[in-house]
Ligand binder design. Structure first.
Ligand SMILES: Cc1ncc(COP(=O)(O)O)c(C=O)c1O
Length: 396
């Protein structure tokens, strides 16, 4: 089936966070909604068919995941990422952030330190705090327009902690965002291997949020960190869902892949309070994993077109620079050249330009002066955003 991403259904008045809360939250009802990380595209027709079929049965009681769903995930990992997993490694959940909390519960104790690499998806820090753990930061480095991980910086965090006599507090986990929201990196095998080795050496579990794994818009390929070696697999919790790619986050279904039996058991205990599975989400996830009509291919082609329009549209502007995205549909726009502080920049972007973005500073250290702009939207909106940006900068 050919999808028409240029003409999606109108989302206004559907209780949609991204569209219906712009006026309340940004104060400018005309600002283009380019913030929340969902797309404006309908989910694939096979997902709709699976949901319709499930809705035909009028009872929505308690459910368990069918074997066929585990098989779909196993096949998907092999076909898309060359990663051989076993069905028993897959644990269904109600959302990736919820699963992150279960992962923290499984591999750390209250008071432990957890490494984040900001600027990064801000609910990570909230999840760490909500679980009674503490964030330690190993900020990403921006060099020649590309972000990289600071490996010596990471090693030194462990040295600081372990030099204290009782090794308490201890760093028990490193949370990776791969591909990285918001800076758009698709980490290379070598980088992931190095990170994984540090975690192994330092006895810290790697929690790898790979929710954006399908959304590679550059030349690279997504490598699941746990696929690099059996040793690394045993020390990694991988978090995934179909929600970013197939636009189903409201169905509240995710999955973790946990090869180590003991960690898996503890993850199960930690997640018990978060409830069971959503029967509609199960149906949608299985259909999405099978992606029988090439939705993903078409989506990627469309997103690359949107990124091209944005990149070319701002190339000659002073004061703004696009960090070239390798993955996700979230652009990371460097506006530090405008010389505005974060609050002035937010006002400028929302009121003068007319875009509702995610403000860079909310992503933590290193996010100030940037804006995250979601181009998982019709091309016409990207064209309009570029035109507004150009107009506002000219008028400045
Ligand atoms: C990196 C990352 N992890 C997790 C989530 C949220 O996942 P969920 O809605 O399944 O909790 C998002 C959504 O933007 C994300 O970008």
């Amino acid at each position: 089936m050919r999808y028409d991403f240029d003409n999606p259904p109108d989302r206004r008045n559907t209780l949609c966070n991204k569209w219906d809360r712009v006026a309340d939250l940004f104060g400018n009802p005309d600002a283009l909604p380019m913030w929340v990380a969902d797309t404006d595209f309908p989910c694939p027709e096979p997902v709709m068919e699976a949901l319709r079929a499930r809705l035909e049965h009028p009872i929505f009681g308690y459910h368990y995941p069918p074997d066929s769903l585990y098989e779909a995930v196993v096949d998907r990992m092999w076909e898309h990422h060359g990663w051989r997993i076993r069905p028993e490694w897959v644990v269904l959940g109600p959302g990736v952030i919820s699963d992150l909390r279960s992962a923290l519960g499984a591999v750390s104790r209250p008071g432990d330190e957890i490494v984040l690499q900001p600027p990064v998806y801000y609910p990570f820090a909230a999840a760490v705090g909500d679980e009674g753990r503490r964030v330690v930061e190993n900020p990403l480095l921006l060099e020649d327009g590309r972000y990289r991980m600071d490996f010596p910086g990471l090693e030194s965090l462990f040295e600081v902690v372990t030099s204290f006599p009782a090794r308490d507090p201890r760093i028990s986990a490193v949370v990776l965002c791969s591909p990285h929201n918001p800076v758009g990196r698709v980490w290379e095998r070598g980088e992931l291997g190095r990170l994984g080795q540090i975690c192994l050496r330092q006895n810290a579990v790697l929690i790898s949020d790979e929710i954006h794994c399908d959304l590679v818009v550059g030349d690279g390929a997504h490598v699941p960190a746990a696929s690099i070696s059996a040793e690394l697999a045993r020390n990694t919790i991988t978090l995934m869902s179909a929600n970013k790619t197939y636009n189903t986050p409201g169905l509240k279904t995710s999955f973790a892949i946990i090869p180590d039996e003991d960690i898996r058991r503890r993850f199960g205990f930690a997640g018990r309070a978060r409830g069971g599975v959503n029967c509609l989400g199960l149906a949608a996830l299985e259909a999405a994993m099978r992606d029988p009509d090439d939705y993903l291919e078409q989506l990627l082609e469309y997103l690359r077109g949107n990124i091209r329009v944005f990149r070319e549209g701002i190339a000659d502007l002073d004061g703004v620079k696009l960090v070239e995205p390798e993955g996700t549909y979230l652009l990371w726009l460097d506006m530090r050249g405008l010389g505005l502080d974060d609050h002035a920049l937010a006002r400028f972007v929302v009121n003068e330009i007319g875009i509702a973005p995610d403000y860079g500073y909310v992503f933590g250290t290193g996010g100030g002066g940037f804006q995250r702009i979601n181009v998982g939207c019709p091309r016409s909106m990207v064209v309009e955003a570029v035109s507004r940006l150009r107009g506002a900068l000219r008028a400045r």
